[in-house]
Design a protein around this ligand. Sequence first.
Ligand SMILES: Nc1ncnc2c1ncn2[C@@H]1O[C@H](COP(=O)(O)OP(=O)(O)OP(=O)(O)O)[C@@H](O)[C@H]1O
Ligand SMILES: [Mg+2]
Length: 283
Amino acid sequence: MPVELKHVTCTYSPGTSQEIRAVTDLSLKIQDGEFVAVMGRTGSGKSTLIQLVAGLLEPDSGQVLLDGLDIHARGYDRSALRRRVGIVFQYPEYQLFEITVEKDVAFGLKHSGLKPEEISLRVRLALERMGFSFEEIRKESPLCLSGGEKRRVAIAGILAAHPGILILDEPVAGLDPLARREFLQMIRQFQEEGMTVIMVSHNADAVAEYAGRVLVMAEGRLEMDGDTRTVMSDLQRLRSLHLDTSAAGQAAELLRQRGVEIPDQTVRYDELLGALTEMMVKS
Ligand SMILES: Nc1ncnc2c1ncn2[C@@H]1O[C@H](COP(=O)(O)OP(=O)(O)OP(=O)(O)O)[C@@H](O)[C@H]1O
Ligand SMILES: [Mg+2]
């Protein structure tokens, strides 16, 4: 289910005094099973981009194609699109509103045409995937959970629909370091099982560690698009866009400036430690 954007432009409040061009002439293709991070400073168009991919916003011009089909063409099956592309907004915990966790996770399947037994099974499996004991959590009120738990419940609601593409807007903001790592490892596992993951994040460490490809937006345009190592080691370009590389990439740069021979394109902790360990063994 590849996603393709062809020369997409998107404007909010067109024709009014508040008109804002959020995305300009954006073209890109995302293949099945990729883990793509979207970076860019605030207001650069990241959330607009992912809402275009999910079909929640319509371009003024250009096309959004899923599996080669224009999702805004007349006759396109929009209900199929909603099932296949799951989007988790920033702070999804604020979207929980049912009286029990079980009902909340089942909500998106209400009109799916699935049998009640199939829905129950999917809800159970989705909650278990997100690390819960189904029996313990099912009758809880979402309001009584911690922020991190609420977020996992919200994501279970998306997973229950079995999306082929999972889109996450700033999923780790506000999580403590351990919760962040657990969360990202779960997402990585979904990707390893074949899901396409598109993740907006300001967290360069998370991007360097987990994404295979990075898109960098600036003022509504796609300024960088490449494999994670290449993008995250292009410090000059990143900094010209008011961004920075990962902490490991920054440490590698400082070490190089002090004459330590760290290999180019070192942007992850394990790589940095590997390079330093090898040096210590040699000396
Ligand atoms: N619903 C809206 N109505 C009008 N303008 C909007 C709307 N949503 C976003 N914009 C504007 O479109 C531009 C791109 O916004 P967008 O939300 O895509 O940026 P972003 O990269 O996700 O930013 P952030 O990192 O702050 O989440 C900004 O100038 C923003 O003010
Ligand atoms: Mg945003």
